[in-house]
Design a protein around this ligand. Structure first.
Ligand code: HEC
Ligand code: HEC
Ligand code: HEC
Ligand code: HEC
Ligand code: HEC
Ligand code: HEC
Ligand code: HEC
Length: 484
């Protein structure tokens, strides 16, 4: 499902389609770009770029150009000694130069792995890489406090995943009382949730036991209601969860630490800068739509946006005929992004509402390679028009396979976060491991710019890469390519 996916392709010189057809026979286009070192940023010369048929090497300033027959999609490979080999796909249009830039990661080290001394290797990750909630729910609710953690447990000596005979629990040593930092539970029932304080909307407490996931491959706790604040008030949107795995007798088999990102940094205030931004938002809505949200609020009646606007994040149908919340927000605001100088100087522009200038939710390896929200999601206009053209909010999102090659793509029709490795080195390994178990969540893909992310590769592998070392999971296997 590629609908709504914005491929990074830049037409340098616009082609006349008529000319392309009139030329007859083969028409050509170009793939061009530069290669740099992801860590040092410097241009890299002598890197081989190949499409499988022809190769070029980058020049002194790191640039290259390939002339290709138009109308096809090419799988390009970049390789050079001392760096990881990497792939990107690109389609070629007649007489157009499509830019494909590269940022190469230094090759893995040869350090001994800490997991060699462990029987159990525990993998854990957050599903989205960032969740948004609010400090104050006394005016309206966009999204409730909600975080989801996954775990997979590998028995290294048995070469097998463990999914029974163990209990897996989670806790947040520094986040034990969310009511200190959000008034969500004072209003939860008005927003349609019947939950006690410190319990999430699906019933998960701040510390508890995880249950087997829908695929029976690992363990999950959905909707944990943490906030970005520690109990002592410290602001930490990248707080740590402790995962504990015990056997049936209650003996601890293994523990690990994993980040659970959450932020309230929606900068509506950048433009709704009246003395009370939340009230301003309701008043504007009332003025334009004839609703009575502000008057209701003054009487103590609060509304969830999803009461009227359908929202797949919450599985809510809204009211018939009202557009979904994502469409309403991105479409209405797409021509208001220059409303104030603060908004204009916020980059990427998405950080006006998504967390954010301080939180920096986008921190994964694509960020380090120079990509931004727009390269994957498109701009505000695309966010809106893709929804109008049938993209489903929250369900149809960008794809790894949209930039990398077919060997490194999601399962068909499946989000990255739900996809499972299916071209592993051994067929017995297919269908067992979530992409995120090795690569971490979207927006925080290893290797990331945030030191809170790589706790597990550090613990098991002794570095901050994605999981690449076969012996992290198997006591005895020869290291080789992971995706076949
Ligand atoms: C067992 C760990 C593991 C799992 C699970 C895994 N990967 Fe990978 N992935 C790797 C390793 C190691 C590499 C480095 C290149 C290679 O071995 O192919 C990699 C490389 C990649 C790359 C970069 C390719 C490039 O062009 O440089 C992408 C994209 C990727 N994986 C996507 C996925 C997706 C999508 C899934 C799930 C369907 C997944 N991976 C599951 C270990 C894993
Ligand atoms: C907008 C295009 C784009 C998308 C979408 C994308 N990537 Fe990447 N990715 C890159 C670029 C560019 C690099 C830098 C290396 C390169 O130039 O190929 C990279 C590098 C990587 C690497 C390091 C590869 C290596 O061996 O150096 C991994 C791993 C990776 N991506 C995984 C993913 C995963 C997982 C997803 C999906 C969640 C994803 N990528 C989606 C463009 C993309
Ligand atoms: C880049 C500037 C900007 C940001 C950031 C921003 N808004 Fe707005 N918003 C506007 C402008 C301008 C209006 C129209 C004001 C008017 O003319 O009445 C508006 C109007 C609205 C309306 C009324 C729409 C209608 O027609 O009913 C809502 C609701 C709204 N904003 C919600 C939000 C929320 C929630 C956030 C934060 C998540 C936010 N806005 C962030 C600029 C912004
Ligand atoms: C009582 C029902 C109701 C509630 C609650 C509600 N809306 Fe709306 N909203 C509407 C209706 C009706 C429209 C106009 C028709 C449409 O957009 O489909 C609208 C329009 C909008 C628009 C303008 C869309 C456009 O393109 O002109 C924005 C933005 C918006 N709503 C945001 C919000 C946000 C944010 C919230 C929560 C703070 C919210 N709404 C709560 C009913 C509601
Ligand atoms: C004016 C505020 C605002 C701005 C600016 C904004 N967003 Fe959003 N966005 C929202 C809100 C509010 C939601 C949550 C809607 C919901 O709960 O479904 C959302 C949801 C999303 C979603 C998930 C829903 C979907 O359509 O799949 C994506 C993806 C997204 N935004 C991307 C972006 C990108 C990319 C940008 C920058 C080009 C951006 N947003 C800028 C307010 C904004
Ligand atoms: C390298 C590509 C890439 C970049 C860059 C990127 N995203 Fe995403 N984004 C994704 C993918 C892939 C998903 C779907 C993840 C999933 O759920 O499997 C996604 C999902 C989302 C969602 C829906 C919730 C979720 O996590 O599933 C929001 C909101 C969002 N992105 C906002 C942003 C914003 C804002 C930025 C920039 C600050 C950004 N993204 C940058 C690839 C990207
Ligand atoms: C993140 C953990 C993980 C990593 C890393 C990993 N594997 Fe596996 N492997 C598994 C799982 C899970 C199975 C399936 C075991 C089962 O059937 O329950 C498996 C099964 C296998 C099997 C078949 C079972 C056996 O006992 O021989 C082989 C061979 C294998 N893997 C080779 C590799 C190689 C080679 C690598 C490195 C390229 C690798 N694995 C990396 C988790 C991993």
């Amino acid at each position: 499902m590629m609908k709504g996916f914005k491929r990074l392709a830049l037409a340098l010189c616009a082609a006349s389609p008529a000319a392309a057809i009139a030329a007859g026979g083969t028409t050509y286009g170009y793939i061009t770009g530069t290669v740099k070192d992801i860590k040092l940023g410097g241009a890299m010369s002598g890197v081989t770029i190949t499409d499988g048929r022809q190769s070029v090497t980058t020049s002194g300033n790191g640039s290259y150009t390939l002339k290709e027959a138009a109308g096809s999609t090419y799988t390009l490979k970049a390789s050079t000694p001392g760096y990881q080999t990497t792939w990107q796909i690109s389609s070629v249009t007649a007489n157009v130069s499509t830019i494909v830039d590269w940022a190469l990661t230094p090759a893995y080290g040869t350090q001994p792995i800490p997991a060699a001394n462990m029987r159990y290797a525990v993998f854990s990750w957050n599903d989205l890489g960032m969740h948004c909630d609010q400090d104050d729910y006394s005016y309206f609710m966009v999204l409730p406090p909600y975080n989801t953690l996954h775990v997979q447990v590998m028995d290294r000596s048995a070469d097998a995943l463990v999914t029974s005979g163990i209990t897996v629990s989670y806790s947040f040593p520094k986040k034990t009382n969310s009511t200190l930092h959000t008034n969500f539970w004072s209003y939860a029932s008005q927003y349609g949730f019947n939950v006690a304080p410190n319990v999430g909307i699906t019933g998960s407490p701040l510390a508890g036991t995880m249950h087997l996931d829908a695929n029976g491959l690992g363990f999950v706790a959905e909707g944990i209601p943490i906030t970005p604040y520690d109990d002592d008030g410290t602001w930490d949107p990248y707080g740590t969860a402790v995962i504990t795995v015990k056997d049936a007798a209650g003996n601890v088999l293994q523990t690990t630490n994993v980040v659970a990102p959450v932020s309230t940094e929606m900068m509506c205030v950048n433009c709704h800068a009246a003395s009370n931004p939340q009230l301003d938002i309701l008043q504007r809505h009332d003025q334009h739509q004839g609703t009575t949200l502000a008057a209701d609020q003054s009487k103590g009646i609060v509304h969830a946006c999803s009461e009227c606007h359908p929202d797949n994040a919450l599985g809510r149908a809204g009211k018939p005929g009202v557009e979904n919340l994502s469409l309403a927000m991105h479409n209405f605001h797409k021509d208001k992004m220059a409303a104030t100088s603060t908004a204009v100087s916020t980059t990427p522009d998405c950080y006006n509402c998504h967390p954010g200038p301080k939180t920096q939710c986008m921190r994964g390896i694509m960020f380090r390679a120079g990509k931004s929200c727009h390269d994957c999601h498109g701009d505000m206009s695309w966010m809106a028009s893709s929804l109008q053209n049938g993209r489903r909010d929250w369900l149809d999102e960008p794809k790894c396979g949209g930039c990398h090659d077919a060997k490194h793509a999601e399962n068909s029709g499946t989000l990255y976060r739900n996809s499972i490795l299916s071209n592993a080195p051994n067929s017995l390994m297919n269908g067992k491991l979530y992409c995120e178990a090795c690569h971490n969540s979207t927006h925080g893909e290893l290797t990331t710019a945030n030191a809170a992310d790589p706790t597990i590769p550090q613990q098991l592998q002794g570095d901050s890469y994605w999981i690449w070392n076969c012996t992290v999971c198997h006591a005895n296997k020869t290291i080789q390519q992971m995706h076949r």
